[in-house]
Design a protein around this ligand. Structure first.
Ligand code: GDP
Length: 364
């Protein structure tokens, strides 16, 4: 599955957010830097109202949302790239994620210690980003040194790696993260294999006070500008509110949200923002037994989409009966959509669209 790492300086609200996300008490929030030392991992259902609509139409007994994994990566501080504050382990944890949710403290509270002694989300973002850039530069230098022998042999992969590493190093030396490099389709695979920390897509998460959750504040506004300038994602959230909501039942939560002037939990926005940051989309399988959502990357062809369900589906793929979500709803189900001529039979070269309701036919 897809993994998002939650990073940020100590005491910005990572654990509070992670706990709310996963509703576990495992990662305990405490006003104490380094309180969560082990990386905490939690799976979260991706909220998608379309799935409930499909299940209602088909009378599905079970609803199975698709999931995304969050990892609470604590302990990233100034000096982490030098191994301070248990830094190296954390950098290794970040390397294993597909994207980064970078939590920034945008709330004032004299009772909560700030490790740098002031509330300044842009400066905080810089501290973390600098550590990640230093870590990338060091790993690039090491790898370039290791490559030099292979280069003499004229190895094509080694030449590609060498070129990309040097390109990344030049950008990092200018103080910019590797994600600002426009990578060509041809280079994409080799680039991803480099696993640079600052090449991962970033979602900035502004943690604001409870009464600012609906509209943000001056600090979160600055973060928004910074994120937009870099092509990064951003979302405003109040970790405290999310913590409270996570302890309520659905009806109470809806009332509470209304009182706070919010349409939906911030976590729903966070998860969706992470989903789109990763270039992910959803297709559905719907029947009387279950309605289920599946995650694929944009551009995935039908056989590979089938392979997400089971490897055999991909190997023996014959065709896919396909109904767009809107057509399924308009036809009040598969039979109606079929009658309206909206059921398409698609083959191996079909690029699955977000919201497609699919039924795979396969041999074997
Ligand atoms: P972490 O070190 O980044 O994981 O931070 P925690 O989630 O442990 O939070 C540190 C402290 O800040 C805890 O006491 C939280 O209750 C508090 N905190 C988190 N979010 C907010 C917020 O939005 N407002 C206020 N006032 N306190 C918060």
């Amino acid at each position: 599955g897809f993994r998002m790492g939650i990073v940020g300086l100590p005491n910005v609200g990572k654990s509070t957010l992670f706990n709310a996300l996963t509703k576990t008490a495992a990662a305990q929030a405490a006003n104490f830097p380094f309180c969560t030392i082990e990386p905490n991992v939690g799976e979260v259902a991706v909220p998608d109202p379309r799935l409930d609509t499909l299940a209602a139409i088909a009378g599905s007994k079970q609803i199975i949302p698709t999931r995304i994994t969050f990892v609470d990566i604590a302990g990233l501080v100034k000096g982490a790239s030098k191994g301070e504050g248990l830094g190296n382990q954390f950098l290794a944890n970040i390397r294993e994620t597909d994207a980064i949710a970078h939590v920034l403290r945008c709330f004032e509270d004299g009772d909560i210690t700030h490790v740098e002694g002031r509330v300044d989300p842009l400066a905080d973002a810089d501290v973390i980003e600098t550590e990640l850039m230093i870590a990338d530069m060091e790993s690039i230098e090491r790898r370039l040194a290791n490559l030099s022998r292979k280069l003499k042999g004229g190895d094509k992969d080694a030449l590609d790696q060498d070129r990309l590493l040097r390109q990344a190093l030049a950008v990092l030396n200018e103080g910019r993260p590797a994600r600002t490099i426009a990578v060509s389709d041809d280079d994409r695979r080799a680039w991803d294999m480099l696993q640079l920390l600052t090449a991962k897509p970033v979602l900035f998460v502004c943690n604001v006070a409870e009464d600012e959750a609906a509209n943000g504040n001056a600090l979160s506004e600055k973060v928004r500008e910074m994120a937009e300038a870099q092509g990064a994602g951003h979302v405003v959230i109040s970790a405290r509110i999310e913590e409270e909501i996570s302890q309520l039942d659905a009806e109470e939560a809806q009332m509470f949200l209304g009182e706070m002037g919010l349409e939906e939990p911030g976590l729903d926005r966070l998860i969706r923002a992470g989903y789109s940051l990763l270039g992910l989309q959803t297709y559905f399988t719907v029947g009387p037994k279950e309605a289920r959502a599946w995650t694929i990357t944009k551009g995935t062809l039908a056989p590979q989409a089938a392979g997400v369900i089971h490897g055999d589906f991909e190997k023996g793929f014959i065709r896919s009966e396909t109904i767009a979500y809107d057509d399924y709803v308009a036809g009040k189900g598969e039979a109606g959509a079929r009658e309206a001529g909206k059921l398409r039979v698609e083959g191996k070269t079909y690029e699955v669209k977000d919201g497609d309701v699919l039924h795979f036919l396969f041999s074997g």
